[in-house]
Ligand binder design. Structure first.
Ligand SMILES: [Zn+2]
Length: 248
């Protein structure tokens, strides 16, 4: 009998593409840099309370206790200077396909810098979510690196691990996915927390080969965003050549 994680990795044929030639599957199962994940069982998904979500949002039941503790702590922490909210949570393969394919004129490789192809998104597991930070800084969109300039993000970076969350795609990640300070996955504070062992099994490859870490303390200039450039801290970040910027 297949284990749950094996079933989750079993993907429907053709799930990775919008139209045209499918992108190549790398030897380790990655497509356009993203590891394979299936869809979470619907009966394990529960709604995130509306008062802490930008819009309707569901996650695995086991994530909710830690997530609600995180939101409760953020709500009473003066350093937050605003609010931390859930922006985007579980996405079905169909939904992810819609997100990945919404700009068909852009080539798949470019789209994959910031969006995983369907079947390859942590969002499908139900253990990952995007956070939003309010108020916005300089009109920064929710899913651009400039969100890292908000006090709310800084609080999240410092505190999320205490609630079992880790940043999936830190600066200069060797997976070569765009830095996504808003995107975190839940793995529990220990393997003994209900559900944490399952989350850790799902993310085992990602955690072993592309370790998650906030890793943004020295980031200084965030480019390629529609909002004005954001300066986070000094001294200048010594960027490893070819790692942080767009993957080609
Ligand atoms: Zn995300």
């Amino acid at each position: 009998m297949l284990s749950v994680s094996a079933m989750l990795i079993a993907l429907p044929a053709g799930a990775q593409v919008c139209a045209g030639t499918p992108p190549p599957i790398e030897a380790d199962g990655r497509v356009l840099g993203h590891l394979p994940y299936g869809d979470a069982p619907p009966d394990e998904l529960v709604a995130v309370p509306a008062d802490v979500a930008v819009r309707g949002c569901v996650l695995r039941r086991d994530v909710l206790p830690d997530l609600q503790r995180l939101f409760a702590a953020a709500a009473v922490s003066p350093e937050v200077g605003g609010r931390v909210l859930a922006l985007s949570c579980h996405r079905s393969l169909t939904r992810q396909g819609g997100v990945f394919c919404r700009e068909p004129a852009t080539d798949a490789d470019t789209r994959a810098v910031s969006v995983a192809p369907p079947g390859h998104s942590e969002h499908a597991t139900g253990f990952a979510l995007d956070f939003a930070f309010r108020p916005r800084v300089n009109g920064c969109p929710d899913t651009e690196a400039c969100v890292a300039a908000t006090p709310a993000f800084r609080w999240l970076r410092a505190n999320a691990p205490r609630y079992g969350f880790e940043m999936s795609f830190p600066v200069s990640n060797v997976q070569r996915v765009k830095w996504e300070p808003w995107h975190w996955r839940w793995v529990g504070t220990s393997a003994g927390v209900p559900g944490a062992a399952r989350a850790r099994r799902l993310f085992a490859t990602a955690r072993r080969r592309f370790p998650a870490s906030p890793g943004v303390d020295n980031a200084v200039v965030i480019a390629d965003v529609p909002a004005p450039p954001v300066y986070l801290s000094l001294p200048a970040f010594a960027e490893p050549k070819g790692k942080r910027r767009r993957r080609r």
